[in-house]
Design a protein around this ligand. Structure first.
Ligand code: ADP
Ligand code: MG
Length: 356
């Protein structure tokens, strides 16, 4: 279990800057996610940590040890690839034991450790089967056992659930978290699926075009996105252009195209002065509809479209030619909101002033 520090990591492929001065610190025992759209550099970063990709600049340290130029098998990492990469001609047990045999461990130790790794992923009963006799989820467990069997310093997972159907994905992600936590593993998990990241991560780094946009816990990223990229990429949101009317330590007052709001700054290090143009993020579920106005943070408009789904309703709220998405859980007054002048209210702590 090791702390991983990455400093100014740089990797160029011809004219593409795949890693653009990446800096990250991953705590010992943490389940850390790299989240971002396809092509943002997630796999390149993971492969650099594993040693399969040699960076053009920067450093990677495991604890005090600089591993930037160390060969992959000397780093003590365990990696699970998107495609599982199981050997089809070997049994489950042989696939898992392979890494240990490479280390030339005595046979009884290989058997014992292989058994333990299969036990962790609940695949002991399948030890004699071949990969083509297993379901996708079972193959995925074997790939995980193969990474765990060498008792890695850190576990590296590259989109490990992307070949599974939705329900199995949900089950497996909870299980992966349990395995990581029970074994105290430092884990770096790559995905483009924000739900996967939000639901099980300790912390997440959001990447875009080879750069780190923001690092935080799931709640920090969702509730306090720093910029429009993070606000848009994680969850759904309404982005509004605005101008700062007043700002002070606690909060900030802005005028947008649909009305004025008190809000909070996502980046308190940079307090914009009155007159500064800013972007405002308001999530659909924080807007509350009412037939009557409340005193502050309330705008008047009308409902353009309304869709009822039982547990939730989605509305399109219009004001000054701008449309806002609003979603309402347990929609008891759905019928009274349709086609009418209504009011939408957002609590100041849910109105987020972005720093771009
Ligand atoms: P992700 O895993 O986030 O989808 P990658 O790390 O695979 O992204 O790729 C980042 C960028 O680097 C992409 O533009 C990709 O085309 C490029 N890239 C990755 N590997 C190579 C390679 N071996 N040769 C050339 N370009 C590459
Ligand atoms: Mg990838």
């Amino acid at each position: 279990m090791v702390e991983i520090r990455i400093r100014k990591l740089l990797k160029r492929f011809q004219d593409v800057l795949a890693l653009d001065h990446i800096g990250l610190s991953i705590h010992s025992g943490e389940l850390f996610f790299l989240l971002g759209p396809s092509g943002c550099g997630k796999t390149t970063l993971l492969r650099s940590i594993a040693g399969f990709c040699l960076p053009d600049g920067g450093r990677i340290c495991f604890g005090e040890r600089d591993v930037t130029r160390l060969l992959p098998h000397k780093r003590g990492t365990g990696m699970v690839f998107q495609s599982y990469a199981l050997w089809p001609h070997m049994t489950v047990a042989q696939n898992v034991a392979f890494g240990l045999e490479q280390q030339k461990l005595p046979r009884d130790e290989v058997e014992k450790k292989t058994g333990e790794a299969l036990e962790i992923v609940q695949m002991k009963d399948y030890a004699r089967r071949r990969p083509n006799e297993l379901s996708g989820g079972q193959q995925q467990r074997v790939a995980l056992a193969r990474a765990l069997v060498v008792r890695p310093n850190c576990l590296l997972l590259d989109e490990p659930l992307s070949n599974l159907d939705a329900q199995l994905r949900n089950e497996m992600r909870v299980e992966i978290r349990k395995i990581c936590k029970e074994n105290g593993l430092t884990t770096i998990y790559v995905t483009h699926d924000q739900k996967e990241a939000l639901s099980i991560a300790d912390r997440i780094a959001v990447l875009s075009k080879g750069k780190v946009e923001q690092v935080g816990t799931p709640m920090e990223l969702y509730r306090r996105p720093k910029n429009t990229f993070v606000a848009n990429f994680i969850g759904e949101t309404n982005l509004l252009e605005g101008v700062v009317l007043r700002s002070h330590a606690e909060g900030i007052m802005v005028r947008t195209q649909v009305g004025s709001f008190s809000g909070v700054l996502s980046n308190r290090d940079r307090v914009p002065t009155a007159g500064t143009k800013i972007q405002v993020s308001i999530r659909p579920e924080v807007l509350r509809l009412d037939l009557y106005p409340s005193e502050d943070n309330c705008i008047e408009g009308h409902i353009e479209t309304a869709t009822y789904f039982g547990e939730i309703a989605h509305y399109q709220f219009e004001k000054n030619g701008i449309s806002l998405k609003i979603s309402e859980l347990n929609p008891q007054h759905f019928e009274s909101f349709q086609q009418k002048m209504v009011y939408a209210y957002a609590s100041p702590e849910d109105v987020v002033i972005l720093s771009d």
